[in-house]
Write a protein that binds this ligand. Structure first.
Ligand SMILES: Cc1cc2nc3c(=O)[nH]c(=O)nc-3n(C[C@H](O)[C@H](O)[C@H](O)COP(=O)(O)OP(=O)(O)OC[C@H]3O[C@@H](n4cnc5c(N)ncnc54)[C@H](O)[C@@H]3O)c2cc1C
Length: 312
């Protein structure tokens, strides 16, 4: 059933939902309060990894579906997606590898082959998405599919016309749906020139602070932080120095790489992703609360939104 649909939100979730809705035959408008380049999505590292998102069963399903789409997108150089091999470092005797079913193929590396303090590691190949290229690509795909993207802040859903509304406003979604507020999980990154790295590294349980190294094309994203409740979007240079030191300790090749850019974003967290149609006379679908995994979950969630929209 084709309808006039309005998607509130122009981050990775809103744009992917808009594209899937348009591909399903709906007449779609995206309303975004911020320029696409200023969204949290633009700050994402962005490696395929289901970090800080629940519930596990749905997250695995959405992640796996997104991984399949991203793998296909590697054949389009303008999308900015690559498949890269890397290692998740583990520092516990009984690591929780709940995410493994969503990847195709992995190898467990014993701790003695890894840095000191690391008990084991999992090596696998996953998509890496360069958001500086990917978001403009997504916006172009939306435009080509007939989606209109309009800069406009919505304060109340009564301001929105159309038969179907998708609320994909990230952290600010709750204000529109009357939900309990989402909790920001602040993340800071610094991007350095790529000295030739291809492998990524994730060391979330590093005792000195969460650490990850994600090589894109020209640059490498070095992270990070996870500060629950902080709404400070200013770059903190002391935090940046600490991030870089942690990354240098694990990947010494980065030490002389010049800093190219930096960013801070607020991950939209809630106890679980909200993806459901609300009861009532108007058709409203919620799609928010993707925490640290919005890119990872984007295609799986968008397809589920399009399926819900197709139900009478
Ligand atoms: C440092 C960092 C690293 C990350 N790394 C990864 C990673 O490696 N992999 C991964 O999968 N994820 C990662 N994430 C998480 C990811 O960025 C988020 O989960 C994702 O961006 C959420 O997307 P979104 O579209 O819901 O929200 P956003 O990108 O925040 O977009 C929200 C949109 O809604 C609009 N909006 C808000 N309120 C209104 C309103 N009232 N009216 C109109 N429009 C409105 C905004 O203008 C914006 O367009 C990272 C996040 C951070 C901060």
């Amino acid at each position: 059933m084709s309808t006039e649909a309005t998607v509130i939100g122009g981050g990775v979730i809103g744009l992917t939902c808009a594209l899937e809705l348009a591909r399903s035959g709906h007449d779609v408008t995206v309303l975004t309060a911020d320029p696409i380049a200023d969204t949290t999505s633009a700050v994402a590292a962005a490696i395929w990894f289901p970090y800080e998102a629940a519930p596990a069963d749905a997250v695995l399903r959405w992640s796996a579906e997104s991984a399949t789409v991203f793998a296909v997108l590697t054949s389009d150089p303008s999308a900015g997606v690559t498949l890269r091999t890397g290692t998740v470092l583990e520092r516990s005797a009984a690591p929780d590898r709940w995410w493994i079913p969503a990847v195709t193929g992995h190898r467990v590396i014993p701790g003695e082959e890894l840095p000191s303090g690391v008990t084991s590691g999992v090596r696998c190949e996953v998509p890496v998405i360069d958001m500086g290229r990917y978001l403009p690509w997504l916006a172009r795909r939306c435009e080509a599919a007939g989606v209109r993207v309009i800069r406009r802040r919505v304060d109340d859903l009564t301001q929105v016309t159309g038969e179907l509304i998708v609320v994909a406003a990230g952290l600010r979604s709750a204000a529109l749906t009357g939900d309990a507020p989402l909790i920001p999980l602040r993340g800071q990154v610094v991007r350095v020139a790529n000295p030739g790295l291809t492998d990524w590294l994730i060391d979330d349980d590093n005792p000195d602070g969460m650490t990850y190294v994600v090589p894109r094309f020209e640059d490498v994203v070095c992270g990070g932080t996870a500060e629950l409740g902080s709404v400070d979007t200013a770059v903190d240079l002391d935090t940046e120095r600490a991030i870089l030191e942690r990354c240098y300790a694990l990947v010494p090749e980065l030490r002389d790489a010049p800093v190219l850019s930096r960013g801070v974003g607020l991950r939209p967290t809630r106890p679980s992703v909200r993806l459901e149609a609300l009861p009532g006379a108007r058709r409203i679908i919620c799609c928010y609360g993707h925490g640290g995994a919005g890119v990872t979950l984007s295609w799986g969630c968008a397809r589920e939104v399009a399926a819900l929209a197709g139900e009478a």
